[in-house]
Design a protein around this ligand. Structure first.
Ligand SMILES: Nc1ncnc2c1ncn2[C@@H]1O[C@H](COP(=O)(O)OP(=O)(O)OP(=O)(O)O)[C@@H](O)[C@H]1O
Ligand SMILES: [Mg+2]
Length: 302
């Protein structure tokens, strides 16, 4: 499933939520990948820091611009972080989305902006928008919850958008963990913030009681098909969007039923993604060369 985390308004927590969801999914053993389409590359930086610090599980981020960025073919869940600085990629991400998750901070300006965003979604999908889900982020814990309740009522009144009851309060652990390349539930596993975030993640991706990766590693000869990705590719509503959106079919030429699980496990063990397309390989090589020149680690610490 492709989930795009989006909002026309800046600073509502898109990258923070994307990062935490990606780590949560990977911790649950789900085959999750992240695409960073925001030229600010906040998410890529956090993921790079996480890797440098040796935090496991690592999250794989493909950063770039549509249509050049490749979608990891074996991913079960793809989360895309977008930014208005690259509006073309933003629009194309919406075209291939199965759903859009809209973090909203509880203020009047955010409500107006979200209202506009719903119009933007409709316009850019020719009246066939993906499922649109919203939730309140950075809710003020001090001032009871009147402002949040008013914002929730306003969001509820917007047509074509579903408001989740789960809210994320403004808690410093979100900032602290992100700047260390950690998810909230890793830095403070027993905190209330961790429970709140888990509730949000479960409402979006369902409950996962046992590590799928562990199970797959035990079943080395598994021939199971990845049902989520298969469903996403076969969804009648999704297919035309994927096809005319960014040439998804070209980026993901074949779905290797029967071997995907094994490839995934292998890729995880090697700590790398398998890029099947030639262009994917070229990009990967180019990136490595660039990183070598710049010296990412040096840059970070400076
Ligand atoms: N629930 C939260 N509690 C406290 N701080 C938060 C929370 N969610 C996000 N933040 C903080 O808010 C700031 C903006 O978050 P983030 O960068 O994720 O927003 P964004 O929507 O991706 O912004 P941009 O539009 O610039 O890409 C960051 O400092 C982040 O740590
Ligand atoms: Mg961002």
């Amino acid at each position: 499933m492709i989930t795009v985390i989006a909002n026309l308004k800046g600073g509502t927590g898109k990258s923070t939520v994307t990062f935490n969801l990606a780590v949560w999914l990977r911790s649950m053993g789900r085959r999750a990948a992240v695409i960073d389409l925001d030229p600010q590359r906040t998410l890529s930086d956090a993921a790079a820091l996480r890797t440098e610090e040796g935090n496991e599980p690592s999250i794989q981020v493909e950063a770039g611009t549509f249509p050049d960025v490749s979608l990891p073919e074996e991913a079960e869940e793809i989360i895309i972080d977008v930014g208005t600085a690259d509006l073309e990629s933003f629009k194309q991400a919406i075209m291939i989305a199965d759903r859009v998750l809209i973090p909203v901070t509880p203020s009047q300006a955010d409500i107006w902006s979200t209202q506009r965003f719903v119009g933007f979604l409709n316009k850019n999908t020719h009246g066939n928008p993906p499922e649109s889900i919203t939730f309140l982020n950075r809710v003020d814990t001090a001032k009871a919850s009147q402002a949040s309740d008013e914002a929730a009522a306003a969001l509820n009144a917007l047509p074509g958008i579903h408001l989740l009851p789960q809210r994320l309060p403004d808690r410093s652990v979100f900032r602290d963990s992100f700047s260390e390349g950690l998810a909230v539930f890793e830095l403070e596993p027993r905190s209330i913030a961790s429970r709140e975030f888990t509730a949000l993640a479960e409402s979006l991706f369902g409950h996962v009681n046992r590590s799928m990766l562990d199970r797959l590693q035990k079943q080395k000869t598994s021939t199971a098909v990845d049902p989520a990705l298969h469903r996403a590719l076969e969804t009648p509503a999704a297919r035309p969007r994927m096809a005319d959106g960014i040439g998804y079919a070209a980026a993901v030429p074949t779905y290797h039923a029967g071997t995907a699980d094994e490839q995934w496990v292998q890729a995880q063990q090697q700590g790398s993604w398998q890029h099947k397309t030639e262009s994917g390989k070229r990009r990967k090589k180019g990136k490595k060369a660039k990183k070598g020149k710049k010296g990412r680690k040096g840059k970070k610490k400076a």
